[in-house]
Design a binder for this molecule. Sequence first.
Ligand code: S3P
Length: 428
Amino acid sequence: MKIHKNATMNGEIHIPGDKSISHRSVMFGAIADGTTVVKNFLPGADCLSTIDCFRKMGVDIEQKGTDVVIHGKGLKELKEPSDILDVGNSGTTIRLMMGILAGCEFHSTLIGDESIAKRPMKRVTGPLKQLGAKIDGRANGEYTPLSIRGGNLKAITYQSPVASAQIKSAVLLAGLQAEGTTTLTEPHKSRDHTERMLSMFGVSLHEDAQSVSIEGGQTLKATDIFVPGDISSAAFFLVAGSIVPNSRIVLKNVGLNKTRTGIIDVLKQMGANLEINEVDAKGGEPYGDLTISTSSLKGIEISGDMISRLIDEIPIIALLATQAEGTTIIKDAAELKVKETNRIDTVVSELKKLGANIEATDDGMKIHGKTTLKGGAVVSSYGDHRIGMMLGIAACITERAVQIEDTDAVRVSYPNFFEHIEFLTKTV
Ligand code: S3P
């Protein structure tokens, strides 16, 4: 990356489709009856892994860039895969797919990359076994490779120990195939894309504050889906627009689902200059345009219910906090340790190398601002897309050039991320 001294960031970009919604559009289209047409799909590596897995189970899926057509024949028509299902780097693929496989009376084996091999799976295999699926894996079913033989499921009532949309979605997808009504309760409400999209596919659910119930035996009917831009990807440019001097960035069609907009609340509390223009709620998901311009910022505390509404944005929020006056405290975020990398460790170590005043805590981090980031260092994404992108934005404000290793990881969720940085950067 070339660093332009005294550069600003100005212009308008379309943020790529939401990763969580793109995964679900393929999975639900694959188990629905009829043809599902998806627009603005995210062709990132993670979502392509989902397509690949469902093709291996006999589903006919056409994908050309951001257009996807899925020819679903219903849950019963999924076929035993003749090969291992490889989810690559995608936690959402493996955990949600297990919910579907839990109801299928065939055998399958699931693997992923080095990062997936370290991520805890019992949080999902535990409740799925309670429903009646036969699942085994390394370390008593905690880690990949995992093998599943599903079928004959009976509904459960499950209290999830963590607010996790992946656990919730896996239990709901298995519950859909179980006898009786399955109910899941979580400590705080996690992202609700599964609930919204299942409704679009004609499934009825019962929801209250922290619980959701699904009656088994319902079928999905194909539908058309528009995927809004991913607010987790927009977050990188919301931060860039706030901290790069004299900048103004317009982000088009960004998803504004309340279970995901913690970053907007944080930016406002810190004093950011942000305009929101909500345009529509096509396909059950609200979205709109965001305009951000440079401002002075102050440190805040981020904790409690807010954490699940911005968990994926914490790496970039940490960078934002280095440019805010005072201390920012992030707590109740121990889940960061089991993401694509241990994001408490990777955020703290890489930002320190650039000159930030940041310390790790047991369940988060403390950032003392405002600091000038000196740069002049070699940093790494450690194969984690969100760490790579946070470092890419950091490099836009450092005094000296930064060498970022393993930038390929950004392909997981934002293939044209570095092109967007170049497009927006204007030398003054
Ligand atoms: C996701 C849920 C979250 C999030 C992940 C995507 C999803 O994980 O961090 O990037 O699409 O359901 P958890 O369910 O582990 O909180």
